[in-house]
Write a protein that binds this ligand. Structure first.
Ligand code: SIN
Length: 361
């Protein structure tokens, strides 16, 4: 009997220890944060005005990437961010060369296992163009988000800090993987292909028109409702890894009383492609049509687009494109048609092949 007593105490002690230890809550493991690289290029998001109410007439591209990041300490809660100043320019000065440099850097970073997503801070004036260029040449499914701001960094109710926070949140989110290059401002998510700046100064300037935006960011979470059906990023045929320059493509703008002067000047200056931003459904004036036909006969590729901003440019509608050997831009606006034509011309000079690309991307 005596020797059984300590055994009883011992098993009771074990039971007590097990009960106590099962009631001790283990510290929840800290969520693993994604690594997001912020590449800064300038623009109003990095701009400063003379006063907090100077929402026009300020200077773009004055604040460096480190200060942009320091201004939003909340970024540390959603991602491990690093900053890199790629350029410091107002985006009206964005060039083909800048795009090649930026895209190559993005591809190098995304190939690294320690980068999960990229945010590019950018001026809003040509933001849609840079985003679409990247959409066609980035070779990764990891999120790339292009962000800007309509108000300079020291303005009352500056939109830059929240836009940057949302962009980092989005770039760090699994929901954004494989969606192509995204544009985020004003709590909205847009596809690079479809978004445009539509207002010179209001905070809700970025819109995707009839085709619609992809979703919202609300309560620290992205909500997607649509995806772009056009091919992008890893599914395109474009490769800029070894490209040093893009072919010269210019845009001629349609208007009443339009003549061939600008077109002939561009062709005379060496343009290898022309985007005709025609009125309506890309109509050609009697004065410009012969010059376009002559340019095509000289080997210049012609894309008919529209200055209207919405809708499909009908092939063989306002011009007999089959006969004239022209290409139509589908729903791309002229500035995005210029980008696709330049990239298409790095692959082929066959207008039928290029037309296929305009219906693919
Ligand atoms: C720019 O595009 O660099 C200036 C305008 C802006 O960012 O809103």
């Amino acid at each position: 009997m005596l020797h059984k007593k300590p055994a009883r105490y011992f098993s009771a002690l074990i039971g007590f220890v097990l009960v106590v230890s099962s009631n001790v809550q283990a510290e929840p493991a800290a969520p693993k944060l994604a690594n997001v690289a912020i590449l800064a290029t300038g623009g109003t998001i990095a701009g400063t005005g003379n006063s907090s109410t100077a929402t026009v007439g300020y200077t773009a591209a004055t604040v460096g990437v480190d200060r942009l990041i320091q201004a939003v300490p909340e970024l540390a809660k959603v991602a491990k961010v690093t900053g890199e100043q790629v350029f410091q320019i107002a985006s009206e000065n964005m060039s083909n060369e800048h795009w090649l440099t930026l895209a190559k850097r993005v591809n190098v970073l995304l190939a690294q296992s320690n980068v999960d997503g990229i945010v590019i801070t950018h001026g809003t004036d040509t933001l849609e163009e840079t985003a679409y260029f990247l959409d066609l040449v980035v070779k990764s499914r990891k999120p790339v988000v292009v962000v800007g701001a309509m108000r300079p960094s020291n303005a009352l109710s500056a939109d830059g800090p929240m836009n940057l926070y949302n962009a980092v949140l989005l770039a760090a989110s699994p929901e954004a993987v494989g969606k192509g290059v995204l544009v985020s401002l004003n709590d909205q998510i847009h596809a690079a292909r479809d978004v445009s700046k539509t207002n010179t100064s209001t905070l809700d300037s970025f819109k995707s028109g009839d085709l619609g935006m992809l979703g919202y960011i609300q309560g620290n979470k992205p909500f997607f409702y649509h995806v772009s059906s056009r091919k992008h990023t890893v599914d395109t045929e474009f490769d800029i890894a070894n490209l040093q320059a893009l072919p010269q493509v210019d845009i001629v703008y349609g208007y009443a009383n339009m003549g061939p002067v600008a077109l002939n000047a561009f062709v005379g200056a060496g343009a290898k492609g022309i985007v005709h931003a025609g009125v309506g459904d890309g109509s050609l004036s009697n004065k410009v049509k012969p010059a376009l036909i002559a340019a095509r006969k000289d080997g210049v590729l012609i894309v008919r687009s529209s200055r209207v901003g919405q809708g499909i440019l009908a092939r063989n509608g306002e011009a007999n494109d089959d006969e004239l050997d022209f290409v139509v831009s589908d729903t791309l606006n002229p500035q995005k048609a210029r980008i696709l034509l330049m990239l298409a011309m790095t692959k082929t000079s066959d207008s039928k092949e290029i037309q296929r690309m305009f219906y693919t991307y």
